[in-house]
Structures are given as structure tokens and as C-alpha cells.
Design a protein around this ligand. Structure first.
Ligand SMILES: [Zn+2]
Length: 71
């Protein structure tokens, strides 16, 4: 939002508030997630499956991909 600078201080506060809001919004959608090794998307951890059972070293499949791979 382009606004004419009235006072530097107000600008700083506005920027700070803006950043904080953005951060809060991010925090709102942040949940435990991981990168699925099959679809390469960030997915929620619920229902995920280890690529190699017994170790997380090779990452995880999301619930959707695990279901596909399991059949
Ligand atoms: Zn996936």
C-alpha cells in the first residue's frame, strides 16, 4: 500500500505492524509439516509414512501418497 511518508516514525511503526501481522498470519497456517518424498509438497504430518520403515532418514510420504504406494 503506497502511502506518502508523513513521519519516519509512523512509517516504521506501520512497517512493524505490517510485518507482525504477516508473521501472525504465517503462524496461523504453520503446523507440523514435512516434505513428501513422492509429491514433493509440504504436507501435514498426520497419516504420513516413512519411505523406509524404521528410519526417518529417507523422509516420508504424505497420507495420500502412502495410500497410493501401499496398493
Ligand atoms: Zn505426497
Amino acid at each position: 500500500m503506497p502511502s506518502v511518508s508523513r513521519q519516519g516514525q509512523q512509517d516504521l511503526i506501520a512497517q512493524y505492524r505490517d510485518a507482525t501481522l504477516r508473521h501472525a498470519k504465517l503462524a496461523g497456517i504453520t503446523r507440523p509439516s514435512f516434505r513428501c518424498q513422492r509429491c514433493r509438497k509440504d504436507q501435514g504430518v498426520s497419516g504420513r509414512r516413512q519411505v523406509v520403515r524404521g528410519t526417518s532418514r529417507y523422509g516420508y510420504y504424505c497420507a495420500h501418497c502412502a495410500a497410493l504406494a501401499g496398493r
